[in-house]
Design a protein around this ligand. Structure first.
Ligand code: PRX
Length: 676
């Protein structure tokens, strides 16, 4: 393992040294004239001398039932608590408080994937009514109350927003699982969260097909039962209200159609619960370095303040903006920057059901034009795919973006420039926002009205975030060192998760143990947050993120744990050993290649490759399918018996695996190379 890590660091250092400096591009005056943040004193206001009190500015963007008395409780690092003593409700802040001024303004535009279906526009008043009715149903029909958990496995619809906000109103902790995950993956997460209610949808459109989603609920309930968690009720939202669109039958007494139940709760009003700021708003499961996904547990007050502040100043959201984050709500980006941040600021947020290039790559620009979208947010994978489909197409549309975001993976400067010139017509600012599921909101980005942009670099820490790059020995790599290291955040911030659900020890070990020198220290300065990404700190103070340094593979901006994939492959009877490596891909950034060796007595075949691939789709989800399955005669191993992933990665990428003579079985390398 140490050997693998060193190799990776060497590659990163080489990238860093050979990295070409990109020129700075200044935001247009038209953007600056309207920007929420053009006052340079923000840098000082959020500087270290004013920490942690600077975050009062973010807290004051929200409405509190009781104002907090302690901005940061530092008594038990790294379990810091923000805005202690405060009482708040996220649903109230995203819905109720806007009624006075924005009652009839659109809160959510729901864009169905089929282009001949009308776009649905939901006002804040309508959202208020629907959230109240559904909250009443959750409380009275399901018996859910503050502190309970509920697992959601919902597709991209406005109903998902209603569901999350109804949970938040009651203080029920929602745990939305990306709809592309399998029933088994939903079950694992429901078991960990101890949910007795599952909320799902009957069907949704993806790439032109109406997919039966309810069948996954049946699998989820069965699998959860096997693991000892009884799911008593399954609530099903209908894609077409009043019509059941799945082929999978309903299970009497367990499955309930939401639209039928809601009739009983029409006109219900549910007072928002007055919840402690440091209470839990939601869980978001993410992949880590061990097989089991971990639930990032996010707070109510700190999280909401942080995503609202960063939505205002980094996303530059004003209430009159139409904002489209083309991500899935099943990932953290959707929670923070489709739902909570934009709605807390009373923006109109677009929820798009399907894939970006359906029925063709012009779809995003037609939607943007029709709705008057002026802020657009997506991932490098989507940008690369749209660019490949037709590099001139966006120029033929007259959509009008003032601001664009890229998130989730490193973006190549060439792709960034295309996004800027072609999608943004050369006049939109771009923010490249670096952050993670665990961090709740942005960590590094330029402030769009203040800082120039630099293709391929995310920028400095956002206000109130003090990043640092350490080498493996814990020495600080200063600006312009020209070397890659491990990026960390030196200080606590309100958006950071409270802990890993049910696993405080893992939380400390994974994020803080690496550079903490004194576990007894009460001083936050002794507890740098270890992000798990390699980065270079340029002379101008901008960070360039190089990607994961651990066993996590970032595919299309989605995190997959290699251990997770390997344990799924090992459930196939024939498989003796499995090793997954990331391989560069022109569209997805990285794709996993799965290497397996078989147990004695079994032979390789195309059918077996398919079986392994299908198993990954079933256990995790179709997006986890490997780019290629390699059934190899044996794994290349060190003399101590460790699989040399570095060698496998080089072969998969048609690169020279380097000196392999020190391996226990060098001859196997050549045999595998012949297979490529
Ligand atoms: O490797 C970094 C990459 O995505 C990881 C976090 O993934 P996830 O928790 O799924 O959250 C994705 C959305 C925030 C990081 O550890 N990453 C995220 N944003 C960027 C990035 N890599 C480079 N540039 C970014 N802007």
């Amino acid at each position: 393992m140490a050997e693998d890590k060193r190799d990776q660091a060497v590659t990163e250092a080489e990238i860093a040294v050979h990295w070409k400096e990109e020129e700075l591009i200044y935001p247009p005056t038209s953007f600056i004239a309207q920007a929420n943040m053009t006052d340079e004193t923000v840098l000082e206001r959020f500087g270290e001398a004013n920490f942690p009190n600077c975050y009062k500015e973010y807290a004051d963007l929200l409405d509190w039932y009781e104002y907090w008395h302690t901005i940061l409780d530092e008594s038990k690092p790294p379990f810091w608590k923000w805005f202690v003593g405060g009482k708040i409700n996220a649903s109230y802040n995203c819905v109720d408080r806007h009624l006075a001024k924005h009652r009839n303004k659109t809160a959510i535009h729901f864009v169905p994937e089929p282009e001949d279906e009308a776009i649905q526009h939901m006002t804040f008043q309508e959202l208020y009514v629907r959230v109240n009715e559904f909250a009443a149903l959750l409380r009275d029909f399901c018996g859910l109350k503050a502190g309970d958990t509920v697992t959601l496995h919902m597709p991209m619809t406005a109903d998902l927003a209603v569901t999350m906000l109804a949970c938040a109103r009651l203080g029920v902790i929602h745990s939305q699982v990306f709809s592309g995950f399998s029933g088994k993956a939903a079950a694992d997460r429901a078991v960990d969260a101890k949910s007795r209610v599952l909320i799902t949808g009957d069907a949704y459109y993806r790439a032109g097909k109406l997919i039966d989603h309810k069948e996954k609920a049946d699998i989820a309930v069965d699998e959860a039962a096997k693991e000892g968690q009884k799911i008593e009720k399954v609530l099903i939202w209908q894609r077409y209200p009043g019509k059941y669109s799945a082929a999978t039958p309903m299970v009497e007494g367990r499955d309930f159609i939401v639209n039928d139940l809601l009739k009983k709760y029409r006109h219900a009003i549910v007072e928002p619960e007055r919840l402690p700021a440091e209470g839990t708003l939601f869980l978001m499961y993410t992949s880590g370095t061990t097989g089991k996904p971990k639930g990032a547990q996010h707070s109510i007050g700190g999280y909401l303040a942080y995503v609202t502040g960063t939505s205002k100043y980094i996303q530059d959201i004003h209430p009159e903006d139409v904002y489209w984050c083309m991500a899935d709500i099943g990932w953290i980006t959707g929670h923070s920057y489709i739902i909570y941040g934009p709605l807390a600021l009373a923006a109109s947020s677009v929820i798009y059901e399907g894939v970006p290039n359906y029925p063709d790559a012009g779809r995003p620009w037609r939607v943007a034009k029709e709705l008057g979208v002026n802020i657009f947010h997506t991932s490098p994978t989507a940008i690369r795919a749209l660019r490949r489909a037709d590099p001139d197409l966006p120029l033929k549309y007259d959509h009008n973006f003032k601001h664009m975001t890229t998130v989730g993976e490193p973006i190549e400067p060439e792709v960034w420039k295309w996004y800027h010139k072609v999608v943004g017509h050369g006049k939109a600012v771009i923010v490249d926002t670096w952050w993670q599921t665990e961090t709740g909101g942005f960590l590094c980005s330029t402030i769009p009205g203040l800082h120039p942009m630099k293709a391929g670099s995310c920028g400095p820490g956002v206000p109130g975030i003090y990043p640092v790059v350490f080498d493996d020995e814990g020495n600080v790599l200063p600006r312009g060192a020209g070397k890659a290291g491990n990026i960390c955040i030196r200080n606590p911030w309100p958006g950071r998760m409270l802990t890993i659900w049910g696993d405080d020890e893992r939380f400390v070990r994974q994020y803080y143990a690496r550079y903490n020198k004194d576990p007894k220290s009460k001083d936050w300065r002794d507890w740098p947050y270890f992000a798990g990404d390699g980065a270079v700190y340029a002379a101008d103070g901008y960070f360039r993120i190089l990607g994961r340094i651990d066993d996590v593979i970032n595919v299309s901006g989605h995190r997959l744990g290699t251990k997770e994939l390997e344990s799924a492959a090992l459930t196939v009877t024939e498989v003796g050993e499995a090793a997954v490596v990331p391989v560069p891909d022109p569209i997805k950034g990285r794709v996993p290649h799965m290497f397996v060796s078989l147990k004695p007595g079994y032979t390789a075949s195309k059918e077996l490759e398919q079986k392994i691939s299908d198993t990954l789709a079933r256990e995790i989800g179709p997006f986890a399918k490997p780019g290629k399955v390699w059934i190899v005669p044996d794994m290349p191993k060190t003399r101590s018996g460790k699989i040399m992933r570095r060698v496998l990665a080089a072969i998969a990428d048609h690169k020279d695996p380097g000196d392999v003579m020190t391996l226990a079985n060098p001859e196997v390398v050549e045999a595998i190379q012949k297979m490529s």
